[in-house]
Design a protein around this ligand. Structure first.
Ligand SMILES: CC(C)(COP(=O)(O)OP(=O)(O)OC[C@H]1O[C@@H](n2cnc3c(N)ncnc32)[C@H](O)[C@@H]1OP(=O)(O)O)[C@@H](O)C(=O)NCCC(=O)NCCS
Length: 193
């Protein structure tokens, strides 16, 4: 995983050009100007709390660090910014886990693998008190990742949607991992070490 930088903009544009990837986020593909605006927001949010932000994930060829990974090994965008927005706590010790993978990378355990690495980073390096994750209740893939990495269900809530997506009547779900949960799991789960 490589920290998000301006040179990654074209990969973000390509990621958001697939409507299936954004099915539970926007319900459609996003235009280049929209992605340019999101990129700027990510870079700003990533500068707020040391150690939190956004990473571009690439499939490793085993050659280790050195030259930048080729674009065709791009797996997706991994997110751990400070919690933000109307339905989240305004607390810099809480991070929001998120993931958006190119379709060819789905169902290979990659979002879970990268999320476990970000949880280790969140608690082991940054020292967060809590990591939350939110998604539409009907987004089975996203909930699958949350459950696979050991987050627990917290609540279902019903934000006011300007333009509701199919399934939004079932609301959004929030999951969490607290520092105590992580310490407990890290003690007994080799996958988190
Ligand atoms: C959601 C997403 C990140 C999942 O990534 P992934 O790498 O395919 O997930 P994993 O392979 O790590 O799967 C984790 C678990 O979820 C399950 N899962 C993944 N996709 C699933 C799906 N579409 N339906 C049901 N279960 C699914 C897996 O079987 C696995 O369960 P297991 O641990 O019991 O085997 C990916 O589908 C994606 O990028 N979707 C579009 C963007 C998006 O919706 N992001 C979340 C927005 S909040």
């Amino acid at each position: 995983m490589v920290p998000l930088a301006d040179r990654h903009l074209e990969l973000e544009v390509r990621l958001d050009a697939d409507p299936e990837v954004l099915r539970y986020l926007w319900g459609r593909a996003r235009s280049r100007p929209e992605v340019v605006a999101s990129h700027a927001e990510r870079m700003a949010l990533g500068a707020k709390v040391d150690g939190l932000g956004y990473w571009m994930a690439f499939a490793s060829d085993g050659s280790g660090p050195g030259s930048p990974p080729p674009d065709d090994s791009f797996v997706g965008l991994m997110m751990l910014p400070p919690a933000h927005g109307p339905d989240q706590p305004d607390d810099p010790s809480v991070g929001e886990l998120g993931y958006r993978l190119v379709r060819r990378s789905w169902r290979q355990g990659l979002a879970s693998e990268a999320s476990r690495a970000l949880l280790r980073h969140a608690f082991g390096t940054v020292g967060l008190s809590r990591v939350i994750a939110q998604t539409m209740a009907v987004n089975a893939g996203s909930r699958g990742v949350m459950e696979a990495v050991g987050l627990r269900y917290v609540r279902t809530y019903y934000p006011a949607w300007d333009d509701p997506l199919p399934g939004s009547q079932l609301g959004e779900v929030e999951y969490e991992m607290t520092r105590e949960m992580w310490q407990h799991r890290a003690g007994g789960d080799v996958r988190l070490r």
